[in-house]
Ligand binder design. Structure first.
Ligand code: ATP
Ligand code: MG
Length: 402
């Protein structure tokens, strides 16, 4: 379908404040039966949550769609909020008319005046008679609407095969919906419909994006952050709290576990194997997170690793680090380019926080040349011979604040 695909309100020539209603379409059409019902109910619940600040809005649901009657509330604000709901594939701002020929034509004309298509725009009317009692059929309606519009807009050229502007007219009992724009939604699965995972959340660019990507696949996430007070500041901790808060815009509520990591980290510094410190730290993080996951009923761990980005993200490193947990390790960004990750983080709204220059516990202890090829046997041996190692991990879990 070639409608005017406009990604954002910023890029368009006209405002979408013309809308009387928003039409939200669900994504993931491969879902069937019970899953489908659960999927749609979860999306509806999330939408209800987001429209709370807009008391005049009236919602109704139909198979595959949600209608949001605006009753004077801001279309721009609501589109911004609703297109980010996981499970929504697209949003159309709609003008509503009575289901009477004269009214449909009059409102279509108003609509065109607002859209103000440039001369020469390839144009088509696509009418659909959903209400079978309406006296004119769909094909007939195309002509009955297009003819007067073309008289008023001699600059338009009709092109039914590849129109730039497709005016869609859905004739229903009581009301007719007129729209031409399909604003892309984030799609994905509604939150929590695919279970729960723990997200290793640092203060960097990658892990918040990994969290958002997991949530978009329907995972509920609980964040785990390791900090090394007094080596890392209160500000660095606050930054992570703020990042989790941005993620919670997409999730409603998010749990954040703050794990004190100083003791564990400093236990590695005296071993005389500085190039393995990052490997040991990452493994310690995974061990602690695995226990937290068991406690919280999560079935996987999500990280912001991207293949080859740094020494701890080479394949040999991932291999040795990953063996510290028996849970599936999900790395949504593993094959992505940094520039694409950055673009996503800007869209999600975490970028500006992520680039704040506070130190992370890992950067503090980074050796001059971290290994890109750690040896599993050596790492295992170090961990086995570190005095009181498992007690240290236990103590960190004990002292975790949620
Ligand atoms: P990010 O931008 O997410 O920090 P990065 O490219 O800087 O990623 P690393 O610092 O090597 O890479 O971290 C790799 C992954 O390990 C992170 O994406 C995150 O999932 C996890 N991680 C790193 N530091 C911490 C921390 N202090 N607390 C929790 N998880 C962390
Ligand atoms: Mg980092």
């Amino acid at each position: 379908m070639s409608m005017m695909n406009k990604e954002s309100a910023e890029g368009r020539a006209h405002s979408i404040e013309y809308a009387d209603m928003l039409l939200l379409r669900f994504g993931e059409f491969t879902l069937k039966g019970k899953n489908r019902t659960r999927f749609e109910k979860t999306v509806l619940r999330h939408v209800k949550e987001l429209i709370k600040p807009y008391p005049n809005v009236v919602l109704s649901k139909e198979f595959g769609r949600i209608y949001v009657e605006l009753n004077g509330e801001s279309a721009i604000e609501l589109v911004q909020a609703l297109k980010n709901v996981f499970g929504i594939a697209s949003v159309s701002p709609v003008k509503v008319s009575k289901s009477e020929l004269e009214d449909i034509v009059a409102v279509s004309r108003q609509f065109l005046e607002i859209i103000a298509p440039a001369p020469g725009t390839r144009f088509k009317v696509n009418a659909r008679r959903v209400w079978k009692e309406f006296p004119y059929g769909s094909i007939e309606m195309n002509k009955l609407i297009a003819t007067p519009l073309l008289q008023g807009y001699p600059g338009l050229t009709v092109d039914v095969k590849s129109p730039e502007l497709e005016l869609r007219v859905e004739i229903r009992q009581g009301h007719t919906y007129i729209f031409c724009e399909n604003i892309a939604g984030v799609g994905g699965f509604p939150l929590g419909t695919n279970g729960k995972a723990m997200l290793l959340l640092s203060g960097g660019i990658d892990s918040p994006v990994a969290g958002w990507s997991s949530m978009r696949r329907g995972l509920e996430v609980e964040c785990v952050h390791f900090y090394s007070y007094p080596y890392t500041s209160e500000l660095a901790r606050q930054k992570v709290v703020d990042l989790a808060r941005v993620l919670s815009r997409y999730a409603g509520v998010i749990k954040l576990h703050l794990v004190p990591f100083t003791e564990v980290q400093t236990s590695f510094t005296g071993i005389g194997q500085d190039n393995l410190i990052i490997t040991l730290m990452r493994r310690a993080m995974l061990r602690i997170t695995t226990q937290l996951a068991e406690r919280e009923g999560a079935l996987a761990i999500v990280t912001g690793d991207s293949l080859g980005q740094v020494a701890s993200q080479t394949l040999p490193s991932m291999n040795v680090i990953g063996r510290a947990t028996t849970l599936p390790l999900l790395r949504p960004l593993v094959m992505m380019d940094k520039s694409d990750i950055v673009d996503l983080s800007k869209n999600i709204g975490t970028y500006d926080l992520s680039i704040l220059p506070y130190e992370d516990c890992c950067t503090l202890f980074v050796p001059k040349s971290p290994t890109t090829n750690p040896n599993l046997r050596i790492v295992d041996k170090i961990e086995a011979t570190l005095p009181g190692y498992s007690e240290l991990l236990e103590a960190a879990i004990e002292a975790t604040e949620t």
